[in-house]
Write a protein that binds this ligand. Structure first.
Ligand SMILES: C[S@@+](CC[C@H](N)C(=O)[O-])C[C@H]1O[C@@H](n2cnc3c(N)ncnc32)[C@H](O)[C@@H]1O
Length: 309
């Protein structure tokens, strides 16, 4: 049975094995990365099921301006966090579903370990945060959700101020509680991508970070992009699904994700706009990397790193 090795992690992340920190190699060694590539009828079954969900619109989709789903979901995390006396485990988001097939190198694969995707994300975040976010005095995570990335950043970089922003109030409360309960250097603040708050201070030298958050803006990301361009943070780091980087003409597996993006009204058009801005001398792209790993429905972890000029 194939299994992910350190070299596969490095290749998927866009680095080399010798640059994987020890924390990553340890996590890789501790977990089960075996998987079976789905073929024949198994693969057809997954593709047909996804196509039927796409046709019948049986996928959660973004309804602009409706935050009720998030208020409810993060409200549950907030309650569990309070009930547990502030356990950080209570912040694990529920959207990664254990046991399902995942996308890997353009195929659907069935992992042996039901927690393969969340374990993979733990390795990825460890690498990404250490590689890119060290040394910034202020890190703003927009769309911070359950706050589990904010908590991790604050633990890794105690000298940095970590601001967690979301339009859902329970998210803001969680980030505030990370400071009041755990003494972490965090600040929670309400923020709406569709109506950015111009009064938000982004000090010089700040980093902007998003993980699966801008995906929720469909094609309505213009106001937030204008906000970034006016605030001029030092660098923007996005871990997001990127519609433009699939290959729907040549790959059926990609076609299902590409189509799902449209039906779900997920992020589209942003990377081409950043390329236009670069040509106009208003942005510098530092890294674009399609991440050939994802959940059953989409590849959610691609990297876009850029600077407004
Ligand atoms: C898939 S969750 C990701 C949360 C978190 N970044 C993570 O990695 O778990 C998407 C997040 O974006 C937030 N969001 C969606 N639309 C938003 C908007 N218009 N303004 C601000 N946040 C928004 C949601 O409330 C939710 O927390």
């Amino acid at each position: 049975m194939p299994s992910l090795k350190p070299i596969d992690f490095a290749d998927i992340f866009g680095t080399t094995v010798d640059l994987l920190p020890e924390a990553c190699t340890k996590l890789i060694a501790e977990n089960n990365w075996r998987y079976r590539v789905l073929e024949g009828a198994d693969r057809d079954g997954v593709v047909l099921d996804l196509l039927s969900r796409i046709e019948n619109r049986r996928l959660t989709f973004v309804e602009n301006e409706d935050k009720s789903r998030w208020e409810k979901g993060w409200g549950e995390n907030l309650e569990a966090f309070k009930a547990s006396g502030g356990q950080l485990d209570a912040l694990l988001p529920k959207y990664m579903r254990p046991g399902l097939p995942v996308r890997l190198y353009g195929e659907f694969v069935q992992p042996e370990d039901p927690n393969f995707e969340s374990n993979w994300y733990t390795v990825y975040r460890t690498w990404f945060v250490g590689r890119y976010l060290a040394g910034f005095p202020h890190i703003f995570e927009f769309g911070s959700g359950s706050g589990f990335n904010v908590a991790y950043l604050a633990q890794q970089f105690p000298e940095a101020r970590i601001v967690g922003l979301d339009w859902a109030m329970p998210s803001v409360e969680i980030v505030e509680a990370l400071r009041t309960v755990h003494g972490l250097n965090t600040v929670g603040r309400q923020f709406d991508f569709f109506h950015p708050d111009a009064s938000l201070d982004i000090p010089e030298g700040s980093a902007i970070f998003t993980v699966g958050a801008l995906e929720q803006t469909g094609t309505q990301w213009g106001a937030f992009l204008d906000f970034i361009l006016s605030k001029k943070p030092k660098c923007c780091f996005h871990i997001e699904p990127i519609h433009e980087w699939y290959d729907p003409q040549n790959s059926l597996v990609d076609y299902t994700a590409w189509k799902a993006h449209e039906v779900r009204n997920f992020w589209r058009g942003f990377p081409p706009r950043i390329i236009e801005l670069e040509k106009a001398g208003r942005a510098r792209i530092l890294k674009t990397k399609r991440i050939n790993f994802g959940s059953l429905v989409i590849e959610g972890y691609s990297q876009l790193i850029w600077q407004p000029l």
